[in-house]
Design a protein around this ligand. Structure first.
Ligand code: HEC
Ligand code: HEC
Ligand code: HEC
Length: 90
């Protein structure tokens, strides 16, 4: 019985990783970017704006993708940080 409980607990804590944190820290040599994921989910509603292949890790995530996707949208919508130091914090 004890063993089953332990296995269930392990399964639940593992399942927890399927959900993203409210704020995701994206590391970069320029200074890390604190990305308010939950806030973006709420304002944009459309997951596909960033998750072209479905929710989860983004394989293309990196400088080129981020600047095109993140900065690109902020410029287009005239909202959100557009300058280097507004995204990259020490
Ligand atoms: C503005 C862009 C953006 C939007 C919109 C967005 N996400 Fe994300 N999401 C990200 C980024 C960036 C990551 C981090 C990806 C990585 O680490 O590879 C992420 C990570 C995740 C993860 C994985 C977390 C992990 O650590 O494994 C899940 C699950 C997720 N998002 C679900 C969603 C769902 C569901 C929606 C729509 C309701 C959504 N996202 C909308 C950008 C976005
Ligand atoms: C499709 C549009 C879109 C995409 C893609 C997007 N953003 Fe945003 N972002 C917004 C909007 C709109 C706001 C303004 C929210 C507000 O002022 O309430 C914003 C605000 C922000 C803010 C400031 C939040 C605050 O509380 O002031 C940060 C930081 C940010 N975005 C980072 C990112 C990063 C990093 C990515 C890429 C992983 C990203 N955004 C992708 C639309 C987008
Ligand atoms: C909208 C937010 C945003 C803006 C504005 C922005 N960046 Fe970035 N940048 C990011 C994100 C997100 C990444 C990807 C981080 C990752 O791969 O985890 C990134 C990645 C990078 C990288 C590569 C990361 C590394 O470790 O070397 C460099 C260099 C960089 N940015 C420089 C700049 C410079 C210079 C500017 C201004 C001209 C700028 N960024 C503006 C969000 C932004």
């Amino acid at each position: 019985m004890k063993k089953i409980v332990v296995i269930l607990l392990a399964l639940f804590s593992f399942a927890g990783t399927a959900f993203a944190a409210d704020v995701i820290e994206l590391p970069a040599s320029m200074g890390k970017v604190s990305f308010p994921h939950k806030k973006h989910q709420e304002i944009l509603k459309d997951c596909k704006k960033c998750h072209a292949k479905g929710p989860g890790k983004i394989a293309e995530l990196g400088k080129a993708w981020a600047h095109k996707t993140c900065q690109g949208c902020h410029i287009e919508m005239k909202k959100g940080p557009k300058s280097c130091k507004d995204c990259h914090k020490k």
